[in-house]
Design a protein around this ligand. Structure first.
Ligand code: GFP
Length: 828
């Protein structure tokens, strides 16, 4: 057995997870054995799916020793551990990443090949766990990767949704149709149910006062919280971290008495209800029941995670010394979703472990930190106190107390009565979770320089004025292992050859070494060739999967992200329609026009009508434009169905132009902008989120900036009149009128009425005000693209200067600014 000859501890120099001494022959034997043992098939019988499970099983086995060792080291407690609490993890596929980080990817690939299989085809079998909606969930996935790579003792905590984000389909009219994403349909070889660490979580009920005057919560129901563990292999760190996702089950699955009376449905009621807690990612919350379910989810995973951490660090202790808890683990609250954990820890400290209020609060404050990911007030969660009181009566009491304490403390710090009122955590029957996190945690951070500044200036201004040292910034980052090495093997190879080693993969600033080749025609040629090949691959994939043909020689102009009005997919669409009109009318010469393929990828929240209407419109603009022979195929619009991490990994390396065009002051950071820059795409963007820092680093001349700045937006706010832009700009008017005329709805003028009326009369994210500058910059882009070498040079300088945007650096910033002061002791 390969594992026995390489006992734990025999880590090679580079700290590969798997010893370099393992041979292809050993791997082949292991794979054949796994086929027989876990699939019950011989090699001759095996198909790609069998092979996928077998290879996954073997790779998992190879990681197991380091996984156990990492956990043991984490619990020894020589360094403080990090608990990352996130309701979302948008993981992407597991197998390719695990193979890469195993340290022996070539051997695995060769072994699979010698067994007669193509590893790419085997990997394609995997269904990605879509346990997140967008940037926030993907960031959490990048962070756990970097935590493992930087050898930080850490546990990621979250929810194992049975159904992740819906699978998006388009119907014949171009509407988004949501289909359940049952990613667990055939099981997942990457998860391991860990019944030994099961927890109980209560909800509902009442709070009583005990004989000795203590408050005690008597929950009405109990649920089983069952952890499913995922390995998180670090890159060349010799570490394998843990992602622990909780699944809900009823304590009593089945009522046998009822069943025997043949009332089958009644007998399983408890189970059905319990399981609904972790059934779907963010259920619709427009109804009372939906909101309740969401709070249930949040409390369920927060409570289970805290109980887990306490039992990990104080095993078997009935009366642990919880004053040491913050030295053992620090919890990062990823947005407001897990903030209820604050009240839960207070409850445990006071009611269960008997601490007085002050001690409990001091422990709690030292334990938690909060990351805010938005500036949109509607995205800061506020709970109806009645709902919370019904579900978590004791927690509401505690929050009320924290709210009073906060008001006192604010007064002590000199806040005015009005400011104190504005900062109220609990008032008028509402509980403000962002305020709770700010007052009851140590640090608050935004996710890009500009965003962190705006948090202090606007969203959390009162707090920042009183407690300036609480506030800090950690600019987001992305993992170069997934988004460069796995997504773009060609460019990775070119970089490695040019720099002379692969060290850049965990020291991304080394990309800077490419800068000196920016004027080397040989290098530029290779760089351009890589991009072209990636475009060819992408075009092939698109044809295979969606039956759409695109020309790899056209400019690939991409906008991929959640569909939201502030991100302004609608502005991009108006530009496309304006171009179309100009080409049709002859105002723009089709013969000299730079061919363009405009690529959209986006999901809209199921209850967000305007976003869904925008999707329908994009699809119909694509239908009309793509089928118009007058355009000679020079302008094409494609909408990637079911955009997800897997398709992002294909689109990003093939993109020439990246669209980051949110209204200034609305996009907290953005992270696809970072992925594009690293992969050598050039960005057209506003001065928003992390665009600001990207532009600073890659150079203003290698970034197409346009649009209003935050100050301009502020000035315009209040007396913005979108109609005046509509009336004074013929291109804009022409585009909107085309939609209103029924051009994209088979002549029906009503289909997109809400879309056009909204733009002309409200335009909450000021697309019309930025439209002219956006058109003009697109002309400059078109001209710039004609000079292929100059364009490639811009791409090179983007790649060379975006090393800062690795999530390894974000994690280092969290360590330095939030989790620990001073340097982190290494695990060895
Ligand atoms: C949110 C923000 C983004 C930010 C990510 C990660 O993304 O600006 O980059 O969080 O911090 F909007 P979504 O989940 O909204 O896509």
């Amino acid at each position: 057995d390969a594992l026995e000859t390489h006992p734990p501890g025999s880590v090679s120099q580079k700290e590969h997870i798997v010893s370099d001494e393992i041979t292809r022959e050993q791997l082949k034997d292991e794979i054949i054995a796994a086929l027989r043992h876990s699939r019950g098939v011989s090699l001759a019988e095996a198909n790609n799916e069998d092979m996928y499970v077998a290879v996954s099983t073997v790779v998992r086995n190879l990681l197991a020793d380091k996984w156990i060792e990492t956990r043991e080291d984490t619990l020894k407690g020589n360094t403080k551990a990090v608990g990352y609490l996130s309701a979302e993890y948008l993981l992407g596929t597991q197998l390719p990443n695990a193979i890469l980080n195993s340290g022996v990817p070539q051997k695995v690939e060769a072994a699979v090949k010698e067994l007669g299989f193509d590893l790419n085809a085997v990997e394609d079998v995997e269904v990605e766990p879509g346990l997140g909606n967008g940037g926030l969930g993907r960031l959490a996935a990048c962070f756990i990767d970097s935590l493992a790579t930087k050898a930080v003792p850490a546990i990621g905590y979250g929810i194992r949704y049975t159904y992740g984000i819906f699978r998006q389909e388009f119907d014949k009219d171009g509407n988004q149709v949501e289909r359940p994403d049952y990613w667990l349909y055939k099981g997942s070889p990457w998860e391991q149910a860990n019944y030994r660490r099961e927890q109980r979580v209560g909800m509902g009920g009442v709070v009583v006062t005990t004989k000795d005057g203590k408050r005690e919560w008597k929950p009405a129901w109990q649920f089983r919280a069952i952890p499913y563990d995922y390995m998180v292999p670090g890159y060349e760190s010799g570490r394998v971290g843990t992602l622990r996702l909780w699944s809900a089950k009823a304590v009593d699955e089945f009522d046998l008495l009822t069943f025997n009376r043949s009332q089958y449905e009644d007998a399983v009621k408890g189970q059905t209800w319990a399981e609904s807690i972790t059934k779907v990612l963010y259920p619709e919350d427009s109804t009372y029941v939906g909101k309740q379910l969401r709070l249930e989810q949040q409390y369920f995973f927060s409570a289970a995670s805290l109980a887990d951490a306490i039992s990990l660090f104080y095993p078997g202790e009935e009366h642990p010394d919880m004053t040491t808890f913050p030295d053992k683990i620090t919890f990062q609250l990823n947005d407001t979703h897990p903030v209820i954990a604050i009240a839960e820890l207070m409850r445990l400290l006071i009611d269960k472990y008997g601490y007085d209020w002050d001690t409990a609060f001091s422990i709690t404050q030292r334990t938690f930190n909060y990351t805010c990911h938005t500036l949109l007030p509607e995205a800061l969660e506020v709970w109806d106190a009645k709902l919370m009181g019904e579900l978590l009566p004791r927690h509401l009491e505690i929050i009320e107390q924290i709210s009073d304490w906060a008001a006192h403390d604010q007064a002590k710090h000199g806040a005015s009565p009005e400011a104190i009122e504005r900062m109220r955590i609990y008032s008028n029957g509402r509980v403000r979770m962002a305020y709770l996190a700010t007052m009851a945690g140590s640090h608050v951070n935004g996710v890009a320089e500009l965003h962190s500044q705006l948090l202090k200036d606007i969203t959390l201004k009162d707090f920042a004025d009183l407690y300036p040292s609480k506030f800090t910034n950690v600019t987001n980052g992305v993992t170069p292992r997934r988004f460069m090495r796995l997504a773009n093997p060609r460019l990775s190879e070119l970089v490695t050859k040019t720099l002379g080693s692969e060290e850049w993969l965990n020291d991304l600033e080394q990309l800077k070494g490419l800068e000196k080749y920016a004027d080397d025609p040989q290098f530029l040629k290779k760089f351009a060739e890589v991009k072209h090949q990636n475009k060819v691959d992408f075009a092939d994939w698109l044809k295979r999967t969606q039956g759409v043909e695109i020309d790899p020689n056209s400019m690939f102009d991409t906008m991929i992200k959640r569909l939201h009005e502030y991100k302004r997919q609608s502005m991009k669409l108006l530009q496309v329609i304006a171009l179309y009109n100009q080409l049709k009318s002859g105002q723009r010469d089709i013969n000299t026009f730079q061919a363009r393929t405009v690529i959209f990828g986006a999901k809209a929240a199921p209850g967000y009508a305007m976003a869904k209407l925008t999707i329908r419109l994009i699809n119909n603009v694509a239908r009309v434009v793509n089928n118009d022979p007058a355009l000679q195929g020079k302008l094409r619009v494609v909408f990637i169905e079911n955009y997800n991490v897997t398709s992002a990994q294909r689109i990003i390396p093939a993109t020439d132009l990246d669209e980051q065009i949110s209204l200034a002051g609305k996009e907290a950071s953005g992270t696809s902008n970072m992925k594009f820059a690293i992969n050598g795409a050039v960005t057209v963007g506003t001065l928003d989120g992390a665009n600001v820092e990207i532009r600073e680093r890659v150079g203003a001349e290698n970034f197409f900036l346009f649009g209003m700045k935050v100050e301009d937006v502020e000035k315009l706010d209040g007396n913005y009149n979108p109609r005046s832009y509509y009336e004074s700009d013929p291109d804009l008017k022409g585009a909107i009128d085309a939609i209103a005329s029924g051009m994209f709805s088979y002549g029906d003028p009503n289909t997109y009425k809400e879309f056009t009326e909204n733009l002309i009369n409200k335009d909450p994210f000021m697309a019309l005000a930025d439209f002219r500058e956006y058109m003009d910059i697109q002309d400059k882009i078109e001209a710039a693209y004609q000079d292929k070498q100059a364009w490639t040079r811009m791409g090179v300088l983007n790649t060379a200067n975006s090393g800062f945007f690795t999530s390894d650096r974000s994690i280092q910033d969290y360590l330095d600014r939030v989790w620990m002061t001073g340097s982190l002791p290494q695990h060895k």
